[in-house]
Design a protein around this ligand. Structure first.
Ligand SMILES: *[C@@H]1O[C@H](CO)[C@@H](O)[C@H](O)[C@H]1NC(C)=O
Ligand SMILES: *[C@@H]1O[C@H](CO)[C@@H](O)[C@H](O)[C@H]1NC(C)=O
Ligand SMILES: *[C@@H]1O[C@H](CO)[C@@H](O)[C@H](O)[C@H]1NC(C)=O
Ligand SMILES: *[C@@H]1O[C@H](CO)[C@@H](O)[C@H](O)[C@H]1NC(C)=O
Ligand SMILES: *[C@@H]1O[C@H](CO)[C@@H](O)[C@H](O)[C@H]1NC(C)=O
Length: 505
């Protein structure tokens, strides 16, 4: 199936921060799970047969490259350099030039655009309704929008990495969107920006920073409050825990007890060999952390992408609870692995760790400005304690890149503290959508901040479900969530057109 090939690089939604540059033995507790709208595996679970094929896609989508400014914020000679940035346009349903029909623009996140074109259906699904132009823009340093030629070259040294930031990315989007308006004779076409996860943060920040370019933003599963100390550090893993507990108390208990059990077995002579055998690992375990980190990533991924109709958390727990009577804890945990990941000849505990363009890029982003403090205390989750240490995080990043991160820059530049107070009378037209089973919803905006900065949430939703391609099997609450969002966007547009008309008269 062509589509599964296209999505292959979306494989590793969780990032073990230091593992790229260090042997796995020096595992640090500081994981910042990747923020992609979808993992490859969840998509394939969702639509085993009917993901549309590459050729369906390319028929209506046309790819362009924009000669983008490398550095928007500096007049030093080297900043006049440019790079080619990819954007993709679908005009099929658009009202046409000078029609003032809207533009729905997807702001790319920490991955190539290829996977998004297929998975993020919100724009195309709703284009006939809005008569909108659909635009997808790739984030700099990913996919086919990498300065200095290749990712390797781009990540080579301080100078080449220095242009890799969210502020530069937003400025890219501003330039390209104005360019598109001109190219398509769409001067008065209102633009709605759409993004998921990190891209959702970008969408909401874009509306606040560039109101003259975007009329509104749909920010799906955007944890804009998971910075500094705004959200408790255990927010992420507390929700992972709650997801499992709600599906099955016994499953949750088994997982909670399993860590000590694994340690116990590992500490005995031959213990790691025994664990390797019992988990059927592809290579021999050198440390129990290799197994524990794999399980941690697996549970977190299942919770983050707990999408219908399969609901991965339920799949894991079916395995754990469904093991034959008398199965010990280790056996039950392994049954959970098999139930979720399928029957395999062996299980690669490094599955979530292999470096990819996304993991390399996201590591830099988290080690420069996107410092999301995720940790766990004693007994507050089903996982062993692993408090976030900013000191250790800074040290690891400094060791990796030679520069310490700026953990307070995001809240300095975009805000986040006292958001209810700040946005009560500033800004407008932002939808923060969340599924409350998404661990990242702990850092999301879950309450209306004003009349037009609103929260649209679902009890049983997970990460970025609303912007994914609609499907016949979607549950009622997801269909309703999307309908509410569409209605809100319609209201923004109606008011905009009335204002436009009034100014013309
Ligand atoms: C970084 O790499 C660029 C591109 O290859 C090169 O021109 C520059 O001199 C390097 N800078 C440093 C500080 O090494
Ligand atoms: C154990 O270490 C070897 C050598 O570094 C490595 O190839 C292997 O993948 C490690 N095992 C696991 C389970 O990570
Ligand atoms: C954590 O829970 C265990 C078992 O319920 C208990 O023995 C232990 O005292 C608790 N630790 C803390 C710090 O609350
Ligand atoms: C970063 O590393 C350099 C060189 O190893 C060291 O001199 C510097 O103090 C470190 N900075 C921080 C904030 O850890
Ligand atoms: C959410 O899921 C729970 C458990 O699966 C179910 O009982 C409940 O009805 C669902 N709620 C909604 C709003 O669909």
């Amino acid at each position: 199936m062509a589509s599964s090939r296209v999505l292959l690089f979306q494989f590793y939604p969780l990032l073990l921060l230091p593992s790229l540059l260090y042997p796995v033995s020096s595992i640090s507790p500081h994981k910042i799970p990747r923020l992609s709208p979808f993992p490859k595996e969840a998509l394939i679970l969702k639509h085993p047969d009917d993901i549309f094929s590459e050729s369906d896609m390319s028929k209506d989508f046309k790819t362009y490259f924009y000669e983008q400014t490398l550095d928007h914020f500096n007049y030093a000679p080297q900043s006049y350099a440019t790079f080619r940035q990819r954007y993709v346009v679908n005009t099929k349903y658009w009202g046409g030039p000078n029609s003032n029909s809207p533009i729905l623009a997807y702001l790319g996140a920490e991955a190539s655009l290829d996977g998004d074109l297929e998975a993020v259906g919100f724009l195309t699904d709703n284009a006939p309704h809005f008569k909108s132009l659909s635009v997808f823009i790739e984030h700099r340093y990913y996919g086919k929008s990498i300065p200095f030629g290749t990712m390797e070259e781009a990540m080579k040294n301080d100078t080449t990495r220095g242009y890799f930031s969210s502020a530069q990315a937003l400025a890219d989007y501003a330039e390209i969107l104005l360019h598109i308006k001109q190219k398509f004779s769409a001067h008065n076409s209102p633009i709605i920006v759409v993004g998921g996860s990190y891209g959702g943060m970008l969408a909401s920040w874009f509306r606040l920073k560039y109101p003259h370019i975007a009329l509104g933003a749909l920010a799906s599963s955007a944890p804009i409050l998971y910075f500094d100390d705004i959200t408790p550090e255990n927010g992420y893993y507390s929700i992972v825990t709650k997801d499992f507990e709600e599906v099955s108390e016994s499953c949750y208990q088994t997982i909670k007890e399993s860590w000590a059990e694994i340690n116990e077995v590992a500490s005995k002579p031959g213990g790691l060999s025994l664990l390797s055998q019992r988990f059927n690992t592809c290579s021999h375990l050198n440390y129990s952390d290799e197994l524990k980190n794999f399980l941690d990533s697996m549970y977190s991924t299942a919770a983050q992408y707990n999408h219908p109709p399969n609901y991965p958390v339920t799949m894991v727990c079916k395995g754990i609870d469904g093991a034959p009577e008398g199965t010990d804890i280790i056996g039950r945990i392994f049954a959970g692995v098999v139930s979720y990941r399928g029957k395999r000849t062996c299980y690669d505990t490094n599955d979530y760790n292999y470096p990819s363009e996304t993991s390399v890029g996201w590591q830099w982003q988290t080690c420069s400005e996107m410092v999301i403090p995720i940790g766990r205390g004693q007994n507050d989750t089903m996982f062993p304690p692993s408090p976030f240490s900013l000191y250790q995080f800074i040290k690891d990043c400094n060791d990796s890149f030679g520069v310490p991160p700026r953990p307070h820059w995001i809240t300095t530049y975009y805000g986040g503290h006292d958001i209810k107070l700040v946005l009560k009378r500033f800004g407008s037209n932002i939808i923060f959508s969340n599924g409350l089973r998404d661990p990242y919803s702990s850092g999301g905006v879950l309450e209306d901040l004003s009349e037009s900065i609103v929260a649209v949430k679902t009890l049983n939703g997970s990460h970025c479900l609303d912007i994914l391609q609609a499907d016949k099997t979607d549950p009622e609450w997801l269909v309703m969530q999307r309908n509410i969002e569409i209605k809100i966007v319609e209201e923004w547009l109606t008011r905009y057109y009335a204002d436009l008309q009034a100014l013309k008269n």
